[in-house]
Ligand binder design. Sequence first.
Ligand SMILES: Nc1ncnc2c1ncn2[C@@H]1O[C@H](COP(=O)(O)OP(=O)(O)OP(=O)(O)O)[C@@H](O)[C@H]1O
Ligand SMILES: [Mg+2]
Length: 323
Amino acid sequence: MSLLEVKNLQVHFPIRSGFWNRITDYVKAVDGVSFEIEAGETFGLVGESGSGKTTTGRAVVGLEPSTGGQILYQGKNIALNHAKERLTYNQDVQMIFQDSLSSLNPRKRIESIIAEPLRNFEQLDSEKEKIRVLQLLDIVGLGPDALYKYPHQFSGGQRQRIGIARAVATNPKLIIADEPVSALDLSVQAQVLNFLKKIQREFGISFLFISHDLGVVRHMCDRLAIMNRGRLVEVGSRADIYNHPQHIYTKRLLAAIPQVDVRHRQEHQAERIRIEKIYQSQKANYYDANGMAYPLVQISPTHSVALPPEMAQQKKLTTQGVD
Ligand SMILES: Nc1ncnc2c1ncn2[C@@H]1O[C@H](COP(=O)(O)OP(=O)(O)OP(=O)(O)O)[C@@H](O)[C@H]1O
Ligand SMILES: [Mg+2]
């Protein structure tokens, strides 16, 4: 049994217009997304801006009501949970938010920001609570002087660490990390990513790691899903996605990873232009008449791709041939 199982999740936002403010259409931010996360695993959710990653994460933690589908935690549908199970879920599943400045209350000191989840789930006296907050600050590499400061008195990287301290306060089993490093410069990015790996090793936490950059998640994720306009276009192991990408959109995202190595920059630029040309000429084949990705087809035990029906048929034939 997986720790988390998301089945055919849909989150549609109504668009209202006209004098009567009637619902005239829907933004299908998440439109039939399915994936599983195993205990201790880091699962990446990658896609460009607006593809529905944050909405998926918010639906999983229960901050966004879903329009359809199911979310199973340890095999149980969270929508049907009784109050006690709901409390366990809220304690076990935490989120690190994309925007650290607006997700930390500007009028509260760090002490009470980090203590807040503790107060919701554990009854500690003030002395014990303070000791725990100090421990949490220590885990993320901040000293006791942080206790009485306000969020604006920290740098972006430090604020992100405060968000991490708050997320791990309740000893969660799963953390939804929404672009935890994208606002930070490269050197600080590495630091925060290392922190996340460290707390994962120490506490056995699973991660749903959200990012728009396949370069950032490369060393973090065991498996990944590529999201495009509310749907998943490819799901696979790290090797499947980075070494054998099948969907045209995944190939394009891979070509967009910034090249740090100066020696190969020109080759990389040429490769990017080549992929972009292929993408422009072939993209119509990979989406249906409404511009939506096709359903996922399993092409190996670990790898699924949203292939158009003809290509899916071919793949099935070849994989059957291999067996
Ligand atoms: N509360 C809302 N009401 C209406 N539309 C929304 C709402 N939240 C998100 N959307 C829309 O849903 C789509 C997906 O948004 P979402 O924030 O999930 O994307 P994202 O993949 O996280 O993007 P980014 O990388 O920029 O953070 C967008 O088109 C967005 O405008
Ligand atoms: Mg987002």
